[in-house]
Design a protein around this ligand. Structure first.
Ligand code: PEP
Ligand code: MN
Length: 261
Protein backbone atom coordinates (compact mmCIF):
# COMPACT_ATOMS: atom_id res chain seq x y z
CA UNK A 1 0.00 0.00 0.00
CA UNK A 2 1.14 3.47 -0.83
CA UNK A 3 1.41 5.69 2.23
CA UNK A 4 0.84 9.41 2.49
CA UNK A 5 4.28 9.69 4.02
CA UNK A 6 5.72 8.72 0.64
CA UNK A 7 4.09 11.78 -0.86
CA UNK A 8 5.87 14.73 -2.40
CA UNK A 9 7.57 13.52 -5.52
CA UNK A 10 5.54 15.53 -7.97
CA UNK A 11 4.29 18.38 -5.81
CA UNK A 12 4.02 21.67 -7.66
CA UNK A 13 1.76 24.61 -6.95
CA UNK A 14 2.33 27.93 -8.70
CA UNK A 15 3.61 30.75 -6.47
CA UNK A 16 4.07 28.42 -3.54
CA UNK A 17 7.38 27.04 -2.35
CA UNK A 18 6.51 25.11 0.77
CA UNK A 19 9.93 25.68 2.31
CA UNK A 20 9.46 29.45 2.46
CA UNK A 21 6.06 30.74 1.32
CA UNK A 22 2.60 30.97 2.80
CA UNK A 23 -0.14 29.83 0.46
CA UNK A 24 -2.79 32.52 0.78
CA UNK A 25 -6.25 31.97 -0.66
CA UNK A 26 -8.91 34.62 -0.14
CA UNK A 27 -12.29 35.60 -1.47
CA UNK A 28 -15.97 35.38 -0.76
CA UNK A 29 -17.83 32.33 0.45
CA UNK A 30 -19.88 32.38 -2.77
CA UNK A 31 -19.46 34.05 -6.11
CA UNK A 32 -22.35 36.55 -6.08
CA UNK A 33 -21.72 38.92 -9.00
CA UNK A 34 -19.05 40.05 -11.40
CA UNK A 35 -18.70 43.40 -9.57
CA UNK A 36 -18.12 41.61 -6.25
CA UNK A 37 -15.42 39.33 -7.68
CA UNK A 38 -13.82 42.18 -9.59
CA UNK A 39 -13.48 44.33 -6.48
CA UNK A 40 -11.94 41.48 -4.49
CA UNK A 41 -9.60 40.33 -7.27
CA UNK A 42 -8.29 43.87 -7.81
CA UNK A 43 -7.44 44.20 -4.12
CA UNK A 44 -5.91 40.73 -3.80
CA UNK A 45 -3.61 41.43 -6.73
CA UNK A 46 -2.60 44.70 -5.04
CA UNK A 47 -1.71 42.74 -1.87
CA UNK A 48 0.34 40.20 -3.84
CA UNK A 49 -2.15 37.38 -3.24
CA UNK A 50 -2.17 34.88 -6.10
CA UNK A 51 -5.29 32.82 -5.39
CA UNK A 52 -8.91 33.93 -5.23
CA UNK A 53 -11.62 31.64 -3.90
CA UNK A 54 -15.36 31.64 -4.51
CA UNK A 55 -17.91 28.86 -4.67
CA UNK A 56 -20.34 28.50 -7.54
CA UNK A 57 -21.94 25.38 -6.12
CA UNK A 58 -22.71 25.58 -2.41
CA UNK A 59 -23.32 22.39 -0.42
CA UNK A 60 -25.63 24.07 2.10
CA UNK A 61 -26.97 22.52 5.26
CA UNK A 62 -30.49 23.60 4.31
CA UNK A 63 -31.86 22.93 0.82
CA UNK A 64 -33.63 26.31 1.01
CA UNK A 65 -30.40 28.32 1.43
CA UNK A 66 -28.64 29.90 -1.56
CA UNK A 67 -27.14 27.08 -3.62
CA UNK A 68 -24.64 29.16 -5.61
CA UNK A 69 -24.81 30.88 -9.01
CA UNK A 70 -23.84 27.61 -10.74
CA UNK A 71 -23.57 28.11 -14.56
CA UNK A 72 -23.55 31.89 -14.25
CA UNK A 73 -20.70 31.57 -11.75
CA UNK A 74 -18.49 29.80 -14.30
CA UNK A 75 -18.69 32.79 -16.60
CA UNK A 76 -17.84 35.24 -13.82
CA UNK A 77 -14.80 33.24 -12.71
CA UNK A 78 -13.57 32.92 -16.29
CA UNK A 79 -13.82 36.69 -16.80
CA UNK A 80 -11.93 37.40 -13.56
CA UNK A 81 -9.19 35.02 -14.61
CA UNK A 82 -8.86 36.73 -17.98
CA UNK A 83 -8.75 40.20 -16.48
CA UNK A 84 -6.38 39.72 -13.51
CA UNK A 85 -3.14 37.82 -12.89
CA UNK A 86 -4.88 35.61 -10.35
CA UNK A 87 -5.59 31.92 -10.00
CA UNK A 88 -8.96 30.39 -9.19
CA UNK A 89 -9.85 28.10 -6.27
CA UNK A 90 -13.38 26.69 -6.31
CA UNK A 91 -15.20 23.79 -4.72
CA UNK A 92 -16.37 20.88 -6.81
CA UNK A 93 -19.39 18.91 -5.61
CA UNK A 94 -20.03 16.59 -8.53
CA UNK A 95 -17.51 14.55 -10.50
CA UNK A 96 -19.49 15.27 -13.68
CA UNK A 97 -18.15 18.83 -13.47
CA UNK A 98 -14.50 17.82 -13.63
CA UNK A 99 -14.08 18.63 -17.31
CA UNK A 100 -15.50 22.13 -16.87
CA UNK A 101 -13.40 22.77 -13.76
CA UNK A 102 -10.32 21.61 -15.61
CA UNK A 103 -10.78 24.49 -18.05
CA UNK A 104 -10.46 27.38 -15.61
CA UNK A 105 -10.06 26.25 -11.98
CA UNK A 106 -6.43 26.17 -10.79
CA UNK A 107 -6.99 24.45 -7.44
CA UNK A 108 -10.00 22.17 -7.07
CA UNK A 109 -11.46 22.32 -3.58
CA UNK A 110 -13.11 19.37 -1.87
CA UNK A 111 -15.27 20.67 0.95
CA UNK A 112 -15.61 19.34 4.47
CA UNK A 113 -18.94 17.68 3.65
CA UNK A 114 -17.34 15.72 0.82
CA UNK A 115 -14.10 14.71 2.51
CA UNK A 116 -15.22 11.09 2.48
CA UNK A 117 -17.03 11.18 -0.85
CA UNK A 118 -14.70 8.50 -2.14
CA UNK A 119 -15.95 8.54 -5.72
CA UNK A 120 -15.29 12.29 -5.91
CA UNK A 121 -11.84 11.77 -4.34
CA UNK A 122 -11.00 9.11 -6.93
CA UNK A 123 -12.20 11.39 -9.71
CA UNK A 124 -10.02 14.34 -8.67
CA UNK A 125 -7.20 11.85 -8.18
CA UNK A 126 -7.18 11.36 -11.93
CA UNK A 127 -6.94 15.07 -12.70
CA UNK A 128 -3.71 16.92 -13.33
CA UNK A 129 -4.57 19.81 -10.99
CA UNK A 130 -3.84 20.59 -7.35
CA UNK A 131 -6.59 19.60 -4.92
CA UNK A 132 -7.39 21.46 -1.71
CA UNK A 133 -8.84 18.85 0.62
CA UNK A 134 -10.73 20.20 3.62
CA UNK A 135 -11.03 18.20 6.82
CA UNK A 136 -14.56 17.04 7.60
CA UNK A 137 -15.92 18.61 10.78
CA UNK A 138 -16.52 15.15 12.23
CA UNK A 139 -13.35 13.51 10.98
CA UNK A 140 -10.07 12.57 12.61
CA UNK A 141 -6.67 13.48 11.23
CA UNK A 142 -6.19 9.85 10.25
CA UNK A 143 -9.41 9.92 8.22
CA UNK A 144 -8.22 13.11 6.55
CA UNK A 145 -4.94 11.46 5.59
CA UNK A 146 -6.78 8.44 4.26
CA UNK A 147 -8.93 10.74 2.14
CA UNK A 148 -5.71 12.25 0.77
CA UNK A 149 -4.53 8.73 0.11
CA UNK A 150 -7.58 8.13 -2.12
CA UNK A 151 -6.54 11.08 -4.28
CA UNK A 152 -2.89 10.04 -4.35
CA UNK A 153 -3.65 6.40 -5.08
CA UNK A 154 -5.24 7.56 -8.31
CA UNK A 155 -2.12 9.42 -9.38
CA UNK A 156 -2.55 12.99 -8.15
CA UNK A 157 0.04 13.96 -5.54
CA UNK A 158 -0.67 17.67 -5.71
CA UNK A 159 -2.64 17.90 -2.50
CA UNK A 160 -3.01 20.65 0.06
CA UNK A 161 -4.86 19.85 3.27
CA UNK A 162 -7.02 22.36 5.10
CA UNK A 163 -7.91 22.40 8.79
CA UNK A 164 -11.27 24.18 9.06
CA UNK A 165 -12.41 23.30 12.55
CA UNK A 166 -14.26 20.34 14.00
CA UNK A 167 -17.51 19.96 15.92
CA UNK A 168 -17.17 20.02 19.68
CA UNK A 169 -19.54 20.89 22.53
CA UNK A 170 -18.39 24.54 22.36
CA UNK A 171 -21.12 26.89 21.15
CA UNK A 172 -19.43 30.31 21.09
CA UNK A 173 -17.77 29.32 17.84
CA UNK A 174 -19.18 27.61 14.74
CA UNK A 175 -16.50 24.89 15.01
CA UNK A 176 -13.40 24.44 17.14
CA UNK A 177 -10.10 25.09 15.35
CA UNK A 178 -7.92 22.05 15.94
CA UNK A 179 -4.62 23.89 15.77
CA UNK A 180 -2.71 20.78 16.77
CA UNK A 181 -3.66 19.15 13.46
CA UNK A 182 -1.07 21.40 11.80
CA UNK A 183 2.04 20.02 13.53
CA UNK A 184 0.55 16.53 13.68
CA UNK A 185 0.01 16.40 9.90
CA UNK A 186 3.45 17.89 9.33
CA UNK A 187 4.99 15.24 11.51
CA UNK A 188 3.23 12.41 9.70
CA UNK A 189 3.49 13.60 6.09
CA UNK A 190 5.04 16.10 3.71
CA UNK A 191 1.65 17.37 2.59
CA UNK A 192 1.22 21.11 3.11
CA UNK A 193 -1.57 22.08 5.50
CA UNK A 194 -3.31 25.42 5.56
CA UNK A 195 -5.90 26.74 8.03
CA UNK A 196 -9.32 28.25 7.36
CA UNK A 197 -10.08 30.41 10.41
CA UNK A 198 -13.29 31.70 8.80
CA UNK A 199 -15.21 28.41 8.85
CA UNK A 200 -13.38 27.31 12.00
CA UNK A 201 -14.80 30.17 14.04
CA UNK A 202 -17.79 31.43 12.06
CA UNK A 203 -16.99 34.86 13.51
CA UNK A 204 -15.34 37.74 11.69
CA UNK A 205 -13.82 39.05 14.95
CA UNK A 206 -11.92 35.79 15.47
CA UNK A 207 -10.49 35.42 11.97
CA UNK A 208 -7.43 37.60 12.63
CA UNK A 209 -6.30 36.02 15.94
CA UNK A 210 -6.85 32.49 14.60
CA UNK A 211 -4.95 33.26 11.40
CA UNK A 212 -2.07 34.54 13.51
CA UNK A 213 -2.18 31.39 15.63
CA UNK A 214 -2.21 29.19 12.52
CA UNK A 215 0.90 30.77 11.06
CA UNK A 216 2.63 30.76 14.45
CA UNK A 217 1.89 27.02 14.68
CA UNK A 218 3.64 26.50 11.36
CA UNK A 219 0.68 26.29 8.95
CA UNK A 220 1.68 26.46 5.30
CA UNK A 221 -0.95 29.08 4.59
CA UNK A 222 -4.44 30.30 5.25
CA UNK A 223 -7.75 30.51 3.46
CA UNK A 224 -9.83 33.55 4.39
CA UNK A 225 -13.38 34.63 3.50
CA UNK A 226 -13.28 38.25 2.38
CA UNK A 227 -16.15 40.38 1.05
CA UNK A 228 -16.37 44.02 -0.09
CA UNK A 229 -19.46 44.44 2.16
CA UNK A 230 -19.21 41.59 4.69
CA UNK A 231 -22.66 42.11 6.24
CA UNK A 232 -24.26 41.77 2.81
CA UNK A 233 -22.64 38.41 2.01
CA UNK A 234 -25.31 36.02 0.72
CA UNK A 235 -23.66 33.12 2.56
CA UNK A 236 -21.53 33.10 5.71
CA UNK A 237 -21.95 36.84 6.40
CA UNK A 238 -21.01 36.43 10.09
CA UNK A 239 -17.50 35.27 9.31
CA UNK A 240 -16.61 37.44 6.32
CA UNK A 241 -14.01 40.15 6.85
CA UNK A 242 -13.65 43.38 4.88
CA UNK A 243 -10.89 44.11 2.42
CA UNK A 244 -9.22 46.54 4.84
CA UNK A 245 -9.33 43.95 7.65
CA UNK A 246 -7.83 41.44 5.24
CA UNK A 247 -4.93 43.78 4.43
CA UNK A 248 -4.17 44.10 8.15
CA UNK A 249 -4.31 40.32 8.49
CA UNK A 250 -1.84 39.85 5.62
CA UNK A 251 0.63 42.30 7.20
CA UNK A 252 0.43 40.55 10.56
CA UNK A 253 0.76 36.97 9.33
CA UNK A 254 3.63 37.91 7.02
CA UNK A 255 5.39 39.44 10.02
CA UNK A 256 4.83 36.29 12.09
CA UNK A 257 6.07 34.14 9.22
CA UNK A 258 9.24 36.23 8.96
CA UNK A 259 10.00 35.55 12.64
CA UNK A 260 9.89 31.81 12.04
CA UNK A 261 12.65 31.75 9.46
C1 PEP B 1 -15.91 26.65 1.87
O1 PEP B 1 -14.69 26.74 2.06
O2 PEP B 1 -16.51 27.29 1.00
C2 PEP B 1 -16.71 25.73 2.69
C3 PEP B 1 -17.98 25.43 2.38
O3 PEP B 1 -16.08 25.24 3.77
P1 PEP B 1 -16.23 23.81 4.45
O4 PEP B 1 -16.32 22.82 3.33
O5 PEP B 1 -14.99 23.71 5.26
O6 PEP B 1 -17.48 23.88 5.27
MN1 MN C 1 -18.30 29.83 3.52
Amino acid sequence: MKLVTSYNKNFKIDYFDKSKDLLIIAGPCSVESEEQMDEIAKNLVECGVHYIRGAIYKPRTSPYSFQGLQEEGYEILKKIKQKYPIKIVSEIVNSNDIEKYNEFVDIIQIGARNMQNFELLKAVGMVDKPVLLKRGFGNTIEELLNAAEYIMANGNENIILCERGIKTFEHYTRNTLDISSVPVVQKLTNIPIIVDPSHASGRSDLVLPLARAAVAAGANGVMIEVHPSPKESISDADQAISISEFKKLIDQIMYIKSLLR
